[in-house]
Design a protein around this ligand. Structure first.
Ligand code: TYD
Ligand code: MG
Length: 455
């Protein structure tokens, strides 16, 4: 007879405790500990099947190397984020807000793979097969190698995997699946953990590339135990502004590739479309010749993107002026404002300053500093910069402009989009030949950059 155990687990982070607590010691959230009754079943444990095979340690030079085999999807953006395609036997977790387009993305990917003659099994625990069919009609995702099942019971899902023998498996979503041997509700911490461990074993043993869709909590992390992220091979987040049509797919963990890459999609009537030229999209609504607007050449992973930065500086009604930044680190903005005040003598203490990265993308690299400084100065002076100028460079506390990486790629992207001048750190001019047809101005200080921008 299996032993019945009671414990309490946090629904946000998965921390467990033998007694109830008002505040989770793991993540500090209140009222998130819930009781879970768990039958202790003898599972094989979550150890990977690789460990269970009786292999002897081998000298590393005797292990065959070579590239991971990959299944390329027809979707270039998805391939990019995954590091070149889906690795057979890998377990991928895709998280994102409800309604962002996770099911759409995976159904389209399933269709693309099924059209390449792979067998795909799509398990939907949230929508009926009819709803999935309706969506597939809309997306034009009808192929006979794409199997759909509406099921949440793990044992039934296992049977389906046995009978279909898929190459690619989608579980939409992991929070709806339950293992009848575990006596807590679907979506609870132990259910999510057990089911994920199970899918991991299936993926590794059968070599099925498996995608789990995960819900996110209000903090934006994937719901369920934090451990989930450690168990899987890749964690992708699908994000975007609800009111914008485009979506970003970002890897936060990838055992088979880099985590710097993002994929950009646009949601349309026929589902998600890849955006191969993001700069054009981000600049499409740019007003020309308006003060406070500049263009930065930023890097998203290995890809340069040109994005518009907007600043608004206006007299404050508050005792202490407001500093608000969207899409860029708030502390970075405060620093830039302080440099402009101290080194450039701009009197910003009585001014509210807002800085916005247009289009809802997030820019995390310091190379956006210079464009941000020029934007703020432009709005403060109410003087527009030239519409075909591009800026990039990091700003130091003494007002110096510091070098940044990949200057050449940024310049080439600016040239490709028809920009006429690039104002950039002179330190980044070494080691490459600037292309012809675009004027490149190296600067050492913010003061120099401003005098060129407003000349
Ligand atoms: P969905 O994939 O159901 O989101 P998730 O699985 O992440 O919850 O996406 C639903 C949204 O996408 C919904 O608001 C409608 C929109 N949508 C389109 O705009 N075009 C389409 O072709 C499809 C299928 C959905
Ligand atoms: Mg969905």
């Amino acid at each position: 007879m299996a032993k019945l155990k009671t414990k309490f687990a946090c629904t946000e982070c998965g921390t467990e405790s033998p007694k109830w607590l008002g505040k989770c010691p793991g993540c500090g959230q209140w009222n998130t500990m819930v009781e879970e009754k768990e039958t202790v079943v003898k599972t094989q444990g979550m150890g990977s099947p690789l460990i269970q095979t009786k292999e002897k340690p081998r000298p590393i030079i005797h292990i065959e190397s070579g590239q991971e085999k990959r299944i390329e999807t027809t979707n270039q953006e998805l391939n990019r984020v995954l590091g070149g395609g889906v690795v057979p036997g890998s377990l991928i977790l895709v998280g994102g807000d409800p309604g962002i387009g996770k099911s759409t993305l995976l159904l389209q990917t399933s269709h693309a793979l099924a059209s390449k003659n792979l067998t795909v099994l799509y398990i939907s625990g949230e929508e009926s097969v009819r709803q999935t069919r309706l969506r597939a009609d809309r997306l034009g995702a009808l192929t006979d190698k794409l199997y759909v099942l509406c099921e949440t019971n793990m044992e039934q899902i296992n049977d389906a995997i046995e009978s279909v023998q898929p190459d690619f498996l989608v579980i939409d979503s992991i929070q709806t699946v339950y293992d009848p041997n575990v006596q807590s509700a679907p979506g609870s911490v132990s259910q999510v953990r057990e089911c994920t461990a199970h899918f991991m074993r299936v993926a590794k043993i059968k070599g099925i590339a498996t995608v789990l869709v995960g819900h996110v909590t209000k903090e934006g992390a994937i719901a369920g135990p934090r451990m989930l992220e450690h168990m899987v091979d890749c964690v992708l987040y699908f994000e975007g502004e609800r009111h914008h049509t485009y979506r970003l797919l970002r890897a936060v963990k990838n055992r088979f590739g880099s985590t710097n890459e993002i994929g950009i999609f646009e949601m349309g009537e026929e589902g998600l479309r890849e955006v191969n030229n993001p700069s054009e999209l981000f600049l499409s609504e740019r007003p020309l010749g308006v003060s406070g607007s500049t263009v930065v050449a930023a890097m998203e992973g290995t890809r340069p993107v040109l994005v518009e930065l907007q600043a608004l500086v206006a007299t404050t009604n508050f005792p202490s002026p407001r500093r608000m930044a969207t899409g860029i680190d708030h502390n970075r903005m405060t620093l830039i404002v302080a440099v402009l005040e101290k080194r450039m003598g701009m009197f910003l203490q009585t001014q509210d300053a807002y800085l916005n990265v247009a289009g809802g993308i997030r820019l995390d690299e310091p190379a956006v500093d210079l464009a941000a400084a020029v934007s703020i100065a432009s709005s403060f002076r109410d003087a527009p910069t030239r519409p075909y100028d591009v800026f990039f460079g990091e700003i130091g506390l003494t007002g110096e402009v510091r070098g940044v990486s990949r200057a050449e790629q940024r310049v080439r992207e600016a040239q490709k989009l028809g920009f006429k001048r690039v104002i950039m750190p002179s330190k980044s001019l070494k080691g490459w030949t600037p292309p012809k047809g675009i004027e490149i101005i190296g600067v050492e200080t913010v003061a120099q950059a401003l005098s060129i921008a407003f000349a």
